[in-house]
Design a protein around this ligand. Structure first.
Ligand code: KG4
Ligand code: ZN
Length: 342
């Protein structure tokens, strides 16, 4: 029998507009990480077009998996299990990865691991910090999710709070669109904000009961721009981007600090696409101190990738959490324990 540290998981990710495959050894060591982005195609339409995404995944998935194996210098004979994202995401896009993984598992008699995409994002931290072990508090910040979770161990976490409407990444994308920036808006706002000053004040994104709300912030930015336009004033877009960024991120960091204090945690981690935001990374790094470790995933692991899916799959493998061939895509998959707000 193989030692735990030698177990190799093939990860497959196709939940949105990236077709990705990766091989991870022992849950922590990235042997390969192939990400084929479709952003250039979707940018023409100002956002992801689900039908086009599915079709491109179909065309790419086999090539991407073969590339991941080649980059790792392995064949399927050395793979111990196949981990695939089965939700949340676009149903047609998810189905491509899920069907491919099921086919592979069946043909090669490999165990199948059904990974929750957001739980995968958390594991980007294990790939960046091989010595990181639970417990820690994790801030989840993606295009579809915004939450703070207490990670107790690899299989147990508590959702402390989450967004009642839009996710933070979604807010970045929507505000970018209002500012006339191309899709995806997060990185564009990030760049623009660095040239501006946060001269405009917006309300906090933290609600009175400690959750997050981003729809009001988005509307406030739209109103600011419209009112200026009606007065014939031209606002500096970089100042608007910097002000929006401060409001969008400061609320997350304040709430995170409150949870760290309440729980007495010694470690915080961030996960999801917005973890790439330079303002968030700088502000959070500044809070590192004796007794509080701050973990920020490598930039290459913040966005969607399959290495994080393989890492999550590894822990499910150790726990015997296998899926069977009835596995289906689950576009609205939640975090375990996440409460609906309405
Ligand atoms: O985790 P992710 O790649 O996909 C989902 O699972 O949703 O997150 C994508 C989101 C998008 O909304 C994108 O605009 C945002 O992450 N994002 C950023 C940055 N890079 C990506 N937001 C702010 N600053 C960034 N540098
Ligand atoms: Zn994601």
């Amino acid at each position: 029998m193989k030692a735990r540290s030698d177990i190799c998981i093939l990860g497959i990710e196709s939940s949105c507009d990236e077709t990705a495959a990766a091989v991870v050894k022992g849950g922590r060591e990235v042997l390969s990480n192939v990400v084929l982005s479709q952003i250039d195609v979707h940018r023409l339409y100002g956002g992801v077009v689900p039908e086009i995404a599915s079709r491109n995944h179909v065309e790419a998935v086999d090539k991407v998996v073969k590339q991941a194996l080649a980059d790792a210098g392995l064949t399927l004979d050395s793979i111990d299990a196949v981990a695939v994202t089965y939700g949340a995401g676009l149903v047609g896009a998810l189905l491509v990865g899920v069907s491919y993984a099921k086919g592979l598992a069946q043909a090669r008699q490999l165990p199948l691991l059904a990974v929750n995409h957001i739980e995968g994002h958390v594991c980007a931290n294990y790939l960046t910090y091989p010595d990181l072990i639970p417990p820690y508090v994790c801030l989840l910040t993606s295009g579809g999710h915004t939450a703070i979770v207490n990670v107790m161990d690899y299989e147990r976490y508590d959702v402390v709070c989450s967004t009642v409407d839009d996710a933070v990444g979604e807010a970045f994308d929507k505000v970018a669109r209002v500012l006339g920036l191309p899709y995806p808006g997060g990185p564009q706002i990030d760049r623009l904000a660095q040239q501006g000053s946060p001269v405009y004040e917006f309300h906090s994104v933290v609600t009175s009961n400690g959750n997050f709300s981003y729809s009001g912030l988005k509307t406030a930015v739209i109103n600011l721009l419209h009112n200026a336009e009606q007065r014939g004033e031209k606002l500096n877009p970089a100042d608007v981007a910097a002000s929006f960024t401060r409001a969008a991120i400061d609320g997350l960091l304040d709430r995170l600090a409150a949870e760290v204090k309440r729980s007495g945690a010694f470690t915080v981690a961030v996960a999801g696409g917005v973890a790439a935001n330079s303002y968030l990374r700088r502000r959070l790094s500044e809070t590192e101190r004796e007794g509080l470790r701050v973990c920020l995933p490598k930039l290459s692991l913040c966005g969607d990738n399959a290495a994080m899916i393989a890492s999550r799959g590894y822990y499910m493998y150790l726990d015997g959490k296998f899926a069977d061939l009835t596995l289906n895509a689950c576009p609205t998959l939640k975090l375990r324990g996440e409460k609906p707000h309405n």
